[in-house]
Ligand binder design. Structure first.
Ligand SMILES: *[C@@H]1O[C@H](CO)[C@@H](O)[C@H](O)[C@H]1NC(C)=O
Ligand SMILES: *[C@@H]1O[C@H](CO)[C@@H](O)[C@H](O)[C@H]1NC(C)=O
Ligand SMILES: *[C@@H]1O[C@H](CO)[C@@H](O)[C@H](O)[C@H]1NC(C)=O
Ligand SMILES: *[C@@H]1O[C@H](CO)[C@@H](O)[C@H](O)[C@H]1NC(C)=O
Ligand SMILES: *[C@@H]1O[C@H](CO)[C@@H](O)[C@H](O)[C@H]1NC(C)=O
Ligand SMILES: *[C@@H]1O[C@H](CO)[C@@H](O)[C@H](O)[C@H]1NC(C)=O
Ligand SMILES: *[C@@H]1O[C@H](CO)[C@@H](O)[C@H](O)[C@H]1NC(C)=O
Ligand SMILES: *[C@@H]1O[C@H](CO)[C@@H](O)[C@H](O)[C@H]1NC(C)=O
Ligand SMILES: *[C@@H]1O[C@H](CO)[C@@H](O)[C@H](O)[C@H]1NC(C)=O
Ligand SMILES: [Zn+2]
Ligand SMILES: [Zn+2]
Length: 608
């Protein structure tokens, strides 16, 4: 946010504020007056709600806003500066009141009311989420004398507030990994990639599939209406999570295909974010891991998603071990649950921070990162944002050893780096590491976004050269209106490069019409064929983005694959705004750098 607006909001000086004269700015001043009066008089002014209610910010913290150009959530029209200013005022108010001794219950009600007045989520969701999060917020305020509203908002709303205050670097050795042999592909093996299962034990056929909460089809929600079509189907429903029998079905069908390893890129727990608990999450995590253990007879390499803790997103990394706010229960749980697949020697780092490295085969190494700590909704970043768990530092040391040992590395982590909810400085440093070890890292694998995607990384010293690719596993959950799916990679047995990718899916609408039959799974595409590529090396993918920018029917094809031919995606289509947005998503890997995206968009416009 501009410095003058910050000063203007915090100090309301007519000189500083002369440039900000629109209506929203006037309402913002009313909000400030209301909070100030509350702080000085200890009484909630009667007009405060009315001033706050001038701003409507529905679904402010939900991502994935569109299918094509059709919004999948309400989109607010308030300027970034103003959203950020409101956040500064509200957060400063909460912090000040806490310092003055306002008790937990009272503060909790204030935060929940803010969530409700701004219509960020339904009253039920606001109450539930605030109840789950308030103790962490208070702990951080109580134990960090220097915490300010601006620090809170600069993290939580990093795209709106656009702060530059976060600045740290990781030590990376000079040089460049030696280049590796090109894959020949005469001997290969396969990897099954499953992501974002969001297994929902409360999923109930016959309930409403569209409701005011972030998740519907819940046992305690209203019955659906088959006349209007607002009713949850047997297997799952678009916009929602996954029944246990769909998880079993996915494992059954996957086993009719061949693969040697399973990559699972996180998100086990459902989107019932307003009522999670350590006990319930533990049960669901154990239950899914048990399905993997008994269902797959090959090693599974799992990672943690942002939904696994309770409350979701909140990974504590400051060793607040004595506090009941610690995430240690989760790290200890997965250390045990993953022990069938991860040797004991590799498990220390799991209990330390949810990351690990293993070598499944001679010359081949996996590095599993816990990127959730860099997610902007993780409150502990307010205390400290510098390389949580020293994980990136550890990553560099593992890569140095791998380089020395001539190993080929696959890196797995939940959030695609560079996405707008990943702390920008984290993705910038991560990208430096990718650049340094580009030849050692043969592929990256992500989840979280629930649609099919890949990201091309470029050489920082020569943006024409593509140097790495991250493949997204899409999701079993149709939460973002895509059909359920998984991928199978063909991998070169000598170099461990990705040779080809198949994506498997089924038509969920059709499957729900026949609950008594298995869904009709089919292979929707093979990557090389679909995009007519000689290979899937980084430069092939770099060339593909250029081809997409010039031949837009490739982007139309990508739109269908992205949602795996779901009805809403077919209906919505993807116009030129949507296609240009895709070009950016495929080429952005550091939140602060849009140069490749602008270049591809210009190329797109020249080829209309
Ligand atoms: C202000 O709004 C909140 C949320 O809608 C509501 O719970 C509260 O009762 C309102 N307070 C007043 C004084 O109207
Ligand atoms: C708070 O900020 C002051 C001034 O920048 C600094 O000297 C002090 O060490 C900080 N305290 C903590 C606990 O970070
Ligand atoms: C964010 O800040 C940077 C650096 O101050 C500036 O270059 C950029 O234009 C800003 N972006 C937005 C969207 O305000
Ligand atoms: C835990 O799950 C049970 C159903 O299995 C449910 O009744 C209960 O409300 C859940 N607890 C929380 C805190 O959500
Ligand atoms: C956590 O501990 C604090 C202080 O010991 C206590 O007040 C609070 O109720 C506890 N919270 C939970 C969820 O157990
Ligand atoms: C990136 O470009 C620089 C300068 O041309 C070169 O030295 C370096 O090897 C390139 N990096 C990779 C991974 O190829
Ligand atoms: C490094 O590994 C590759 C296979 O990934 C192999 O072809 C090459 O010969 C190895 N190089 C050395 C120096 O061992
Ligand atoms: C999916 O199945 C439904 C129900 O049979 C059908 O109307 C729809 O056209 C199918 N979608 C596709 C893309 O084939
Ligand atoms: C554009 O891509 C389509 C595949 O979607 C292909 O059939 C067509 O031949 C391509 N056109 C050109 C000019 O390359
Ligand atoms: Zn997810
Ligand atoms: Zn996620």
């Amino acid at each position: 946010m501009t410095r003058n607006l910050i000063l203007c909001i915090l100090f309301v000086s007519s000189v500083l504020c002369t440039n900000f004269q629109n209506d929203n700015y006037k309402y913002l001043q009313e909000v400030k007056r209301g909070f100030d009066e509350y702080i000085t008089t200890d009484k909630r002014p009667s007009y405060l709600n009315e001033s706050l209610a001038k701003f409507s910010l529905p679904n402010l913290f939900r991502d994935n806003a569109y299918i094509g150009t059709t919004p999948t959530k309400e989109v607010h029209a308030v300027e970034d500066d103003i959203v950020c200013g409101l956040c500064y005022l509200a957060a400063n108010f909460i912090i000040l009141e806490r310092r003055k001794g306002m008790p937990r219950l009272h503060l909790k009600n204030e935060v929940a009311q803010l969530c409700q007045v701004f219509k960020i989520e339904s009253d039920i969701t606001c109450d539930g989420v605030v109840e789950l999060n308030i103790d962490v917020m208070l702990y951080i305020i109580d134990n960090n004398v220097n915490v300010t509203g601006s620090r809170v908002c600069d993290i939580l709303l990093q795209s709106s507030c656009n702060s530059t205050e976060f600045e740290w670097t990781v030590d990376i050795p000079e040089g460049q990994s030696p280049s590796r042999p090109e894959p020949v592909g005469d001997s290969t093996f396969k990897i099954l990639h499953v992501s974002d299962i969001h297994m929902d034990p409360l999923y109930t056929q016959g309930k409403v599939k569209s409701c005011n909460e972030p998740l519907c089809c819940q046992v305690d929600q209203e019955d659906g209406d088959s006349n209007t079509g607002n009713v949850c189907g047997y297997w799952s429903s678009y916009g929602n999570d996954v029944s246990e029998h769909l998880v079993d079905e996915m494992i059954r069908f996957a086993n009719t295909l061949e693969f040697d390893y399973v990559y699972f890129t996180g998100d086990i727990i459902s989107h019932r974010i307003w009522s999670t608990s350590e006990d319930n999450n533990t049960k669901t995590i154990k239950s899914l891991m048990n399905k993997f253990r008994t269902g797959f007879n090959v090693p599974v390499y799992p990672i943690l998603g942002n939904h696994e803790p309770s409350p979701l997103n909140v990974y504590e990394f400051q060793n607040t071990a004595t506090s009941n706010l610690s995430t240690q229960w989760l790290l200890d749980l997965v250390e045990t649950e993953w022990s069938d697949w991860i040797p004991e020697s590799a498990r220390d780092t799991i209990s330390q921070g949810g990351f690990y490295t293993v070598s499944p085969k001679e010359g081949f190494r996996l590095v599993i990162l816990n990127s959730n700590i860099a997610y902007i909704f993780n409150w502990w970043l307010i205390e400290s944002d510098k390389d949580p768990y020293d994980q990136l530092d550890w990553f560099v040391r593992i890569l140095e050893q791998a380089e020395r040992n001539n190993e080929s590395v696959h890196v797995l982590f939940h959030h695609p780096s560079g996405d707008k909810e990943i702390l920008k400085v984290w993705s910038r440093e991560f990208n430096k590491i990718i650049n340094r070890f580009a030849n050692t890292i043969t592929a990256q694998f992500n989840g979280h976004i629930h649609v099919d995607r890949f990201q091309v990384y470029y050489n920082e010293s020569n943006k024409d050269q593509a140097i790495n690719v991250a493949w997204n596993g899409a999701s079993l959950a149709p939460y973002d209106y895509a059909n359920p799916s998984f991928k199978i990679y063909t991998v070169d047995s000598n170099t461990f490069d990705i040779m080809d990718i198949e994506e498997w899916t089924f038509n969920l609408t059709l499957a729900n019409l026949h609950p008594d039959q298995s869904p009709e799974w089919y292979k929707i595409y093979s990557f090389k064929d679909a995009f007519d590529l000689p290979a899937l090396q980084p430069d092939d993918l770099g060339n593909l983005l250029i081809k997409m920018a010039t031949n837009h029917s490739l982007l139309a094809d990508y739109h269908i694959y992205r949602y795996k031919n779901s009805e809403s995606a077919v209906e919505a289509g993807c116009n030129s705004d949507c296609q240009k947005r895709y070009l950016c998503q495929l080429s952005t890997y550091v939140g602060t750098d849009s140069s490749k995206c602008s270049y591809l968009q210009e190329l797109y416009d020249q080829n209309l």
